[in-house]
Ligand binder design. Sequence first.
Ligand code: HEM
Length: 153
Amino acid sequence: MASSVYTKAQKRLHWAVALVLVVQVFLEVCRLGLFRQGEAGGGLDVTATLSFVLGALLLALVLLRVSIRREIGVPMPATPLAGYVHYALYFLLILSPVSGAVAWITETERSESVHDMMKFLLFAVVFLHIFQVLWGQFVAKDGTLRRMLPARD
Ligand code: HEM
């Protein structure tokens, strides 16, 4: 189903998910820093726990987003490729926190490497998505970015 614009709720959810991902990247950087220091003490667990909680929040926001999308639809993507990238984003936004929870519970090397792979793919696709949006806005000048910004009225 296609609607003509993104609703306020869809835009808020989009930026909430983006914000949670930015905080996750920040936590990841902190974790890597703590790993490098060797004797990380209790700090390591705090960032890992926060990352787990944010992962659960991310999953909840994404599932809500998917259900709204199914209910009221979304505008046609700017290009067919952008549409495939959106599907890949949803897929990885669900698989990343789920694989993180499995890694957290099982604590096996295999589950951790699956989670690392999901995170890597997610960030690669997010970069592609941002590139596409900026290209559409500033090179193709199709006004793509404005679709996800608050309406000016
Ligand atoms: C940082 C993590 C981000 C994630 C996970 C993400 C995810 C998504 C997803 C899944 C959609 C598809 C919405 C739908 O039709 O159902 C979308 C659309 C969109 N996003 Fe993002 N996004 C992110 C960051 C950004 C950023 C930084 C920008 C601005 C530079 C942006 C601008 C847009 C725009 C304009 C659309 C609508 C594109 C269109 O309709 O073709 N996003 N985003």
